[in-house]
Design a protein around this ligand. Structure first.
Ligand code: HAM
Length: 425
């Protein structure tokens, strides 16, 4: 009996994996230009970390975590997101004491959520994320948003919509919270069990409910923007002014709440507006989380970040039909005929690889025609044919598949010959 792949996960096969590498390389290059450095944290953490940061009343913590007990009876959880671990590491490694603040970090790796699988929603998915911790300058909010928009732009995506909102500071949120309770309480029995619980624990989460999203009271719910105090309002205005200054277009949506509890002030999402993208259009989510460092045992150190999944990034590229500038990759296929030539091709292919070229030979003892076909299938730029005559004369026949031309090349000159020709065009 064969064993299948678990639901909501996927194998990334050759042909696809190049797309992943391409997106990762763009994202890393943009991070280099913005001066963000990579951090790598474990794939599992203490369950408590996510409860305390993502929040006890969120769907992620209540329904979606892969939690298990290890042999030492500790409760561990496969990370559902990256921010909590980065902040834990920031505190644990006392990065708040570093001379240069904010500490600017990026990460990439698999995240795990037990969600209902559908197009664009997986149980294991790969996030690329950024966190800037240690500054409350609204310019850093605009920088982080600008960074992700630059990644999308560099990849060639155009049909995007950036949506932003402010969730305000603690005082604004308390006032908004009271207004939400007043709004929903008289009709709370019309809502799902989860929302009934959320009413007193965390009424903002009601706005994020998937089941009750069409209820009339959702549309008329009090907007956070009407409850922002002067400071929060001024902060949000600065962020939008900086976005204007760098020419980033955005839409303000007071209903954008985000599904994790640690946010305050700036919250944002990037959506795909490409036709045929599917029901889930959110490509990226992020926001400010002042207070989270303190909540996880560090000194007050305000932060902001975002994450996107590579799965949805690729889906957006496909929906917009953006070209993948992916090198098919094989420089030279060596066709060897006869035992002596086959023996010689072992060191020849090695010489080419040592010289930095990608090279391949036959390992199936195939006839000439089948070897030529293989070279073609593998998109070799050059096919080099080594027969008995060539071997005795210490030369090799090289076909330039792009130009359709053919040359005789001394065997010990092959690598140089190929490199010179490749540099010429
Ligand atoms: P999030 O909105 O939960 O935020 O996820 C961010 C992104 O991860 C989403 O916009 C989406 O691209 C991707 N994503 C989430 N769940 C799935 C899934 N099941 N399948 C495929 N892709 C998915 C966070 O995770 C925050 N940590 C972001 C952040 C960083 N905020 C501040 N810093």
């Amino acid at each position: 009996m064969s064993v299948n792949i678990p639901r909501g996960t996927q194998d990334i096969l050759p042909g696809q994996s190049e797309k992943w590498q391409y997106i990762e390389s763009i994202a890393k290059d943009v991070c280099r230009r913005y001066h963000y450095k990579e951090i790598r944290t474990p794939i599992f953490e203490h369950t408590e970390l996510f409860k305390r940061s993502v929040g006890d009343t969120t769907d992620i913590v209540q329904k979606e975590m892969y939690t298990f007990e290890d042999r030492g009876e500790r409760s561990l959880t496969l990370r559902p997101e990256g921010t909590a671990a980065v902040v834990r590491s920031f505190v644990e490694n006392k990065m708040f004491g570093m001379a240069d603040q904010p500490v600017k970090l990026y990460y990439t790796g698999p995240m795990f959520r037990y969600e209902r699988p559908q197009a664009g929603r997986y149980r294991q998915f790969v996030q690329f994320g950024v966190e800037a911790i240690g500054s409350e300058d609204p310019a850093i909010d605009a920088e982080v948003i600008g960074l992700v928009m630059d990644i999308y732009k560099m990849a060639g995506l155009k049909k995007l919509k950036l949506v932003i909102n402010s969730l305000g500071d603690a005082e604004s949120r308390t006032k908004h919270r009271e207004a939400l309770i007043r709004h929903f309480e008289p009709h709370i029995e019309e809502f799902c069990g989860d929302c009934q619980m959320r009413l007193k624990q965390n009424p903002l989460r009601i706005l994020d409910c998937k089941k009750d999203r069409d209820h009339e009271l959702m549309k008329t719910a009090p907007s956070i923007l009407d409850y922002l105090n002067e400071e929060s309002k001024a902060y949000f205005e600065k962020v939008t002014a900086y976005l204007d200054a760098v020419g980033i277009q955005y839409t303000i949506d007071p209903k954008l709440v985000r599904g994790l509890d640690y946010y305050n002030h700036t919250a944002f999402e990037v959506m795909s507006e490409a036709e045929g993208f599917g029901a889930i259009t959110t490509l990226c989510g992020g926001g400010r989380y002042n207070g989270l460092v303190q909540q996880l045992g560090g000194p007050e150190s305000p932060g902001i970040g975002f994450a996107f999944s590579i799965e949805r990034f690729i889906a957006a590229m496909e929906a917009e039909k953006v070209e993948w500038p992916i090198d098919k990759g094989l420089d030279c296929f060596i066709v060897a005929l006869g035992d002596a030539a086959k023996d010689r091709s072992v060191s020849l292919v090695h010489e080419l690889r040592t010289a930095g070229l990608s090279a391949e030979r036959d390992y199936q003892d195939r006839k000439m025609k089948a070897q030529l076909k293989a070279s073609d299938r593998q998109h070799a730029r050059f096919t080099a044919i080594l027969g008995e005559d060539e071997l005795t004369e210490n030369r090799i026949t090289v076909k330039d598949m792009a130009e359709g031309s053919q040359d005789q090349v001394p065997l010990n000159e092959l690598a140089n010959y190929l490199k010179t020709k490749m540099e010429a065009n």
